[in-house]
Design a protein around this ligand. Structure first.
Ligand SMILES: Nc1nc2c(c(=O)[nH]1)N[C@H]1C(S)=C(S)[C@@H](COP(=O)(O)O)O[C@H]1N2
Ligand SMILES: [Mo]
Length: 249
């Protein structure tokens, strides 16, 4: 550790914030750790600003490295993790219960056809499924099978501006996130209606989960009720709390 790094360590004061620290460490996975050496993350605004800049820099590097043709690994059905883990920013008993009959997916922003979609309408579109690994930054991963509409098909169908930068998602539990357009158009990005061949169970995101095997768990929104295409950075629930925005896996 050099003197500057030591000083950064010594600047660390005030109460421990293990959660915060975990988030920052998550966002540091690429690049920033060598900079800070073994020193723990400070709450100094200057350090925080520097870290945010590193994280934004990482977003750009990851976006640049992202290969829209490169496929994430797929697995045989025999490798599906059973029971499949549940995760959310709340416990299982708080999972939203949504009425599938009344549900309508709202689409907005840079989209020509803003008509909302019922689940029955979404089921009439061509369906695909895949067995992939979901990787959570909390240190676990699990293999599952999701089925639904290829998101690129859906975006074309609604006349989305495919040159726009972001697709943002709002969820029925207050969660929200956003992704880059190249990932939205990736062939393995699915707007899923099923899990393991069954209607998506509530805990895994009924009625809709956007599933991307190229991104970490927190980028995969469950209970999606609205999506919008935009050039204004929409952020995300964990991303606004320090997780890296691109969140590739
Ligand atoms: N709406 C919503 N989507 C969410 C979350 C959440 O809390 N709310 N948590 C994310 C995180 S951190 C993970 S790891 C996965 C977990 O998905 P699973 O419950 O199907 O395993 O959902 C992601 N999508
Ligand atoms: Mo996660």
């Amino acid at each position: 550790m050099n003197d500057r790094q030591k000083r950064m360590c010594e600047m660390e004061m005030g109460p421990e914030q293990p959660d915060r620290r975990r988030f920052l460490r998550g966002s540091l996975a690429l690049g920033a750790l060598p900079l800070l050496g073994g020193c723990s993350v400070s709450d100094e605004p200057i350090v925080e600003k520097a870290l945010l800049q590193v994280s934004r820099f990482n977003d750009r590097v990851q976006a640049w490295l992202f290969d829209p043709e490169q496929l994430a690994p797929t697995y045989p059905e025999s490798m599906i993790t059973r029971p499949f883990p549940f995760n959310a920013y709340y416990s299982l008993d708080k999972v939203p219960q949504i009425d599938g009959e009344r549900f309508r997916l709202q689409v907005g922003g840079r989209v020509a056809d803003q008509r909302p979609w019922s689940l029955a309408e979404l089921r009439t579109l061509p369906q695909a499924d895949q067995v992939t690994r979901l990787i959570c930054v909390e240190g676990w991963s699990a293999i599952g099978k999701w089925g639904g509409v290829r998101f690129s098909d859906f975006l074309e169908r609604i006349g989305a501006d495919l040159e726009a930068q972001y697709v943002g998602f709002r969820c029925a539990d207050g969660y929200y996130t956003s992704i880059d357009m190249p990932t939205a158009l990736h062939p393995q990005t699915l707007l899923t209606l099923t899990f393991d061949g069954q209607v998506l169970p509530a805990r895994y995101g009924f009625p809709l989960k956007l599933r991307m095997p190229t991104k970490l768990g927190y980028k995969n929104p469950k209970h999606v009720e609205a999506l919008f295409v935009t050039n204004r950075y929409p952020g995300g629930y964990w991303e606004d709390r320090g997780y890296n925005w691109f969140g590739g896996s």
